[in-house]
Design a protein around this ligand. Sequence first.
Ligand code: ADP
Ligand code: ZN
Length: 745
Amino acid sequence: MMVSRPTAATRESDPAAPPAGAGEYVEVLKRFWGYESLRPLQAEAIRAGVEQRDSLVVMPTGGGKSVCYQIPPIISNRLDVIVSPLIALMKDQVDGLRQCGYPAAAINSSMSMGERNEVEAAAARGQLRLLFVSPEKLMTPRFLDWVDQLGVRTFAIDEAHCISHWGHDFRPEYRELRALKERFTGASLHAFTATATQRVREDIIAQLGLETPNVLIGRFDRPNLVYRVVPRVRAAGQVDDVLQRHKRQAAIVYCITRKESEGMADSLKKLGHRVAAYHAGMTPDERRRVQDGFSAEKIDVVTATVAFGMGIDRSDVRCVIHSAMPKSVEHYQQETGRAGRDGLEAECVLLYSAADAMKWELLITKSVLESGAPPEVMVGYIELLNHMRRYATLAKCRHRMLSEYFGQRYERPECGACDVCLEEQQGLEDASIVAQKILSCVYRVGQSFGAVHIADVLRGADSDGIRRHGHERVSTFGLLKDFDQKTLVSLTFQLLDQGLLTRSMGERPVLSLNQESWRVLRGEQKVSLNIPRTAPVSKTKQEEDAWRDVDAGLFEHLREWRRELAGQRGVPAFVVLGDSTLRHLARVRPSSIDALAAVPGMGERKLKDFGGALLAVLDAFCAQHGLTRDAESEDAASRPQRRPRPLPDNVREMFKAGLTVEGVMQRTGRAESTVWNYLTAYVEQERPKDVARWIPPDRYRRVTDAVREAGSARLKPIFEHLSGEVTYNEIRIVLSHARPGSVAS
Ligand code: ADP
Ligand code: ZN
């Protein structure tokens, strides 16, 4: 496993020394984006920008890097430049910011002279806070002079891994950025990336010439994603199975080759999906059309090669399917990272076959040989490939494997959000016997045929190939009649993956037995095999929570309204309002502007622009469908409670005498949760000087630190900020104790 150790200046998202003064940042966050609290590390990353100290921020996709460079120029009243690799993406970002009333603009080669003049004039008048530009544009002498005159001294570099050969997306034009530090003495650079390896990190710091940068590394786990690995039998059908769970929602299906992405699109179209292919072989115009259609929610599913990814920013992708295994865990993380960027639940399914690894091995060998690169390069690639293969074949928690791969410990015993922990993998009951039958068939046909032929013999197929070789007469003919061809091939590939069978790479791949095969045949080794299925899976707890109390009809109605508004404004739908905001609206159904303002994602500008219209939509729909208004939100638990909590006198005395929660439980026979409630009441009413008896001082401090860092004194943000390592009960006690009067319930 690749372990990337943090360097001395590095901080992982474990709160230890949070910066003070995050309150001002939260105010800006609330004003423009309507969010209540900062996520882990955001405050520190913003602080680096405000104080103009070089920084490198590594956060997974969807972690919230953007506000880290968007908030500092607002706080400091200045213009910053943000370097971004893709023009298509810039436009969406600027559109999104303008919807929030944030003064941003982009300058790129696709703009007309007039548009450009307008931006330049606005910048000169001091009306802009953020300017998006591509690296090649920025590094032209004319542009450098211009931003110099404007007084720009802070540069943010998005997708900074593009500067490194070791990243997965090297771009030579990024190399030019190294001149920035010389051209602007005293300027600060702030690099942002989702790529985690130590090598890439070091490379970014060296290439950009960052000086004692603050290195901030976020948690790589994405708890809102459900990961599944399924043996592939018939890709299109299995993809369709998964898509059925996300009807009319955004989905990406990754394919290895252009041809496959087109074939997949055709198959899915026939099955009734609104789908388009996307790959590097298409013209820029064609690609733009697909991106626009996807943004405008006219296309739900994109079948894509890796070319698709950085160009899309839709935050409500509910499902990412890999129709084959990618060639490294880095790629897998990057691509699945497109799912659920809005923080809502999303599903990532990998359809895997051992053939994928073999295909990659061939492709890698070929390209390395052709490029004349030294053999170590090939060894490196094969190593990456083997990590990915292990991910696909081990029955180990997917969240844990991904975290550990990126050098982070995974604290929870199980995730509740992967096929392994959800126990969805369906084992074949008599796997050892089936394995023996497959292996003896390989032997009977002389160890000179591939998996499909073996499958045909075993299922007793009446085919030319079988008759030509007289294989209808071998003893294993028709021995596994109950399985179809695809399943048998999948089972055979699973044996290959486990090393219980060998496949030689000749002109055509041929299966043969090895020592391990013989051990299975002699009954010395048990085998386990999985039945390939895309599950009929039940919903995870998280999925259920995410939809709890949401009126689905209203949610769809609001989506429709959002699509229309986006169309009028010529912007992608998701920049009008995110899905999580729509769900919140469909759950709470606010009846006034004030109630609307409390909905996460409703910033000041949006409230002003369409708050009234939105209320009218809610009024009409709720009246028509008899829905109540101002329902309790899911955060009801973290609102102040008005009635005093009950606290029996004898319990009060017990706490006064210093009894622990457990002690009180034993004495009173009450449940743990009840006793914690008593303790909260005790702390509120008696205001003891310290609570060290119940909350150890170090845990106490973690909570108060988190309050500062998250800029919120509400239970849920703090709980999440601490990655669930401090319980709700403990947090509640600390909050009651630290700030009597504003007690969370
Ligand atoms: P990244 O650039 O790291 O992939 P983004 O900056 O696009 O991620 O953020 C992902 C999503 O999270 C966006 O929808 C963004 O508005 C949202 N977001 C960012 N910060 C916060 C926050 N503090 N609270 C709630 N949502 C946030
Ligand atoms: Zn798991």
